[in-house]
Design a protein around this ligand. Sequence first.
Ligand code: SF4
Length: 512
Amino acid sequence: MNERTYQVRTYGCQMNVHDSERLAGLLEDAGYQQASADSTADVVVLNTCAVRENADNKLYGNLGHLASVKAKTPGMQIAVGGCLAQKDRSEIVRRAPWVDVVFGTHNVASLPVLLERARVEQEAQVEIAEALEVFPSNLPSKRESPYAAWVAVSVGCNNTCTFCIVPALRGRERDRRPGDVLAEVEALVAEGVVEVTLLGQNVNAYGVEFGDRFAFGKLLRAVGAVDGLERVRFTSPHPRDFTDDVIAAMAETQAVMPQLHMPLQSGSDRVLRAMRRSYRQERYLGIVEKVRAALPEAAITTDIIVGFPGETEADFEQTLHVVREARFASAFTFQYSKRPGTPAADMDDQVPPEVVKERYQRLTALVEDIAWQENQRLVGHDVEVLVAEGEGRKDGQTRRWSGRARDNRLVHFAVPDDTAEAQVPRPGDMVTVGVTYAAPHHLVADSARQGGTFEVRRTRAGDAYERLSGTAPSTPGVLIGMPTVGVPPASEGSGGAGVSCAVSTEVAPVHR
Ligand code: SF4
C-alpha cells in the first residue's frame, strides 16, 4: 500500500464514467487510496471529453487552477486522459508544463506505470496509443454503485456524423465477445448487482465486427436471462441499426426495461443528410411507433442538436414536428457548437448564435411541456422503484427517498414515518409505490402517506449496499480473465453463449 491518495474527475459521457471506474480500480490495485472529498489528493486524474468546443477551455481552466494547488502540495501529480488527451497529446504539457502524465482512450491501463515513471524520472510522460490495447472492461474497476453497473459491449464507432469527433478519438468499433459480456454480468450479479446498462457508442451495431447483424438482440435476451438480474438497459442505439429483432427482444425479455434512449439529433431530412446520420424522419418515427406497439408503457428519450449549420426555420419546424409525434419522456437538447476537426465546423451557413438560442428555447419549452403531460398520465398508477443513492437533492427536507422506475423515470417517494428501521428501504432495494404528483422531470409518490401502496422488497443489491457502505474495504474489480476483441469462436457467434452513441450526453463532472 503506497498510502498515496487519488481523485478521478470525469467529464463527458457514460463511456468516460465507465473508464473512470477502471482508472480508480487500476490505482487502487496499485495501492493508491481514494482521497476523501475534503482533502487534496496526491494524484488528480482528469478524464476528459472532447465533444464540444468549450471542452478545451474547461480542461485548461481546470489545469490552471490545479497549478496553484500543486505548487502548495509536495509530490502532487496531475494526469490527463480521455478524448481531449487523445486529441491534444503533447500539446497539453506544452500549454500546462505542470502536468505529469498524458494518456489516451486506448491505453487506460498505462496510468499507474506512467505515474511511477514520471515520479522517478521527474519528467512528464506522454503516451498515446493509436489502437485499443486492452478492452477496458478487462481492467480492475472501482464501481460507483454496488447495485447498478455499466457493462461495455463495444468501444469506438464506424459512423462519421459530421458534428462528431468520437470516431477520430475512440477509433473504429471493436466488439467484445458475447461470452465475455455474459461472464462480466454474471460476476456482477454474484456481487449483488440487480441492474446493468449495456454501453456502446453505437450499442445496437454490436456484432458488426464479427459479422452478426442480430448479435445485439441475442445479447439482450442472453443478458436478460441471467439469474438474479432484474433490470437491463442499454445506451446509445443508432436509429439506422435499430432492427425489429431488438424490439422483439425488448418486448419478450422480462428483465429488459421499457425504456429507450435513441438520439434523433434533427427532425429534418435535409439536416440529417448534412449530419451524415443515414436515417430520415420517417424511419425514426417508424421505430418509435413499433416500440410503442410492442411496449406501450415504454419511455422514449432522445438527444437533439439545434442550429446545425444550414438549418432553416423550416428544418427546425421538422424537429418540432418529430418531438410532437414521438412524445419523448425527456430529451437532452444542445445548441450546436463547432468542434474543430469535424466536417461541420468548416461548413458554410453557420447559424447565428441568437437564432440558435431562440430556437433552443422554443424546443426546450415544447419538450418540457410534452414530458410533463406524459408524466401526468402516470398519476394514480403504481410503479416499482429501484432505490438509488444521491438521486434526490431535496430528499432530506422532503423526507423522501428516490430512485428509478422501470421506465427510468426519476421517482421521489415517501416512507411512512412509523416504518421500522429494518423496513426502511436501502439503495438497491425495490419499492412499489403509487404516483401522487407529476412534475416535468420527475414523479412524486406519496401514496405511503395517503394510505396507498407502499411495499418494500429487500434485495441482494440492498444487502450489497449495506455491506459496502459499511466498513467492508472496497473489493478489487471483477477480474474475469482476458477478454479478446474481434471475431469470437464459431460456437458463440451462432447463438452459443452469446447467443450503446452519440454519447453526446454530458454528465456533470463527477469527482471520484
Ligand atoms: S454521433 Fe455517435 S454515431 Fe455519430 S459518429 Fe459520433 S459516436 Fe458515432
